[in-house]
Design a protein around this ligand. Structure first.
Ligand SMILES: [Zn+2]
Length: 205
């Protein structure tokens, strides 16, 4: 049986999303057929607006409605500490603990040779530029995930940051968040208490 084009196309689009196989894609599509047109109009518009109405913060690469993002604009935050995370979701998890008052740097990925993601593909260069330029920075907390890619990224960052630290006065501290985090666990799935512990228990790296 040949499906109507509108259905077939939507199923194909759903299949492009992570974690969604052909069956789920079909189920979601047929589910949407039973929702009111007003919902579909809104849903469609939200997808259209998703990238149009958001920007990447030019300082920390967080996703926000305005550039700079609210965190970078907040004068009550501690500008001397920068927490480096892989994804905006990780930033949200740390924000939820309410225990971190510094700024962030969002890499938008991790080094992954198997998927040919090298240091140039993620926001490492802008981090180095930021650290080299802003002498007020006193600590860089590496909060990449504890899996293989996250560790490889942290090690790479450490090496590059040490180079910058050599030529910089005053020196900054390089620390690694991780104590209490299960090996291989993604930051975004960690509960608030664990994250808080990991943040407070960070060690020199
Ligand atoms: Zn920002």
């Amino acid at each position: 049986m040949k499906l109507p084009k509108a259905i077939d196309e939507l199923i194909n689009s759903f299949e492009q999303l992570p974690g969604i196989g052909p069956k789920t894609a079909a189920r979601l599509t047929f589910y949407l057929l039973h929702t009111p047109q007003s919902f579909l109009d809104r849903f469609g518009q939200e997808i259209v607006n998703l990238k149009k109405d958001t920007v990447e913060c030019s300082l920390c690469h967080n996703i926000a409605s305005n550039d700079p993002c609210p965190i970078c604009r907040d004068s009550n935050r501690d500008w001397a500490t920068i927490c480096v995370v892989e994804q905006p979701m990780d930033l949200l998890s740390i924000e939820k603990t309410g225990r971190f008052n510094g700024l962030y740097h969002v890499l938008h990925g991790a080094i992954n040779p198997l998927q040919s993601i090298g240091p140039e593909e993620i926001n490492i260069e802008s981090l180095m530029a930021r650290v080299g330029k802003d002498k007020a920075i006193k600590e860089i907390i590496l909060a990449t995930n504890s899996g293989m890619e996250g560790e490889a990224t942290a090690m790479y960052l450490r090496r590059e940051l040490i180079k910058i630290n050599k030529e910089r006065e005053p020196k900054f501290r390089i620390s690694r968040m991780g104590q209490g985090l299960p090996v291989g666990a993604d930051l975004e799935y960690a509960d608030e208490a664990t994250l808080q512990q990991a943040l407070e228990g960070r060690r020199d790296y």
